[in-house]
Design a protein around this ligand. Sequence first.
Ligand code: FES
Length: 158
Amino acid sequence: MATVTADKAKVDELKAYIAEHKGIKGPLMPIIQKAQEIFGCLPIDVQDVIAEEMGIPMTDIYGVATFYSQFALEPKGEHVIGLCMGTACYVKNSQPILERLRKELGISEGATTPDGKYSLDATRCLGCCGLAPVMMIDDRVYGRLKPDDIPGILAEYK
Ligand code: FES
């Protein structure tokens, strides 16, 4: 399988960005953010490029990339499902919905189905608490969910 760093133009773009920013104090977050913007994710080979260009251990980058949920170590699926686990959604029973999503998709949050079709994320407040419990698939919002709604909604994305 080709790695994301097989795209030389993207690697060069990242290297140029690092060269510009590595002298600045605290450059790691913006550089990692830029890398994710360029490649869409931060697999080990991308972390390797950052470590080499910055002359720092890869564990430093891995630590940041795994600590913040905004960073993805693997490419995301074709459809990204974000189930809100914020307070309003949680008290309106988002947990059984998460369990149903796990069961229907056969994956846990943070993972992507083996066919690359869906990624499942548990998110913070999506800003539409009045519709709790809320889920987003790509740019579309689904509110007032019940676990039994899940199979029908997923079928729309088959
Ligand atoms: S807590 Fe879920 S949308 Fe706000």
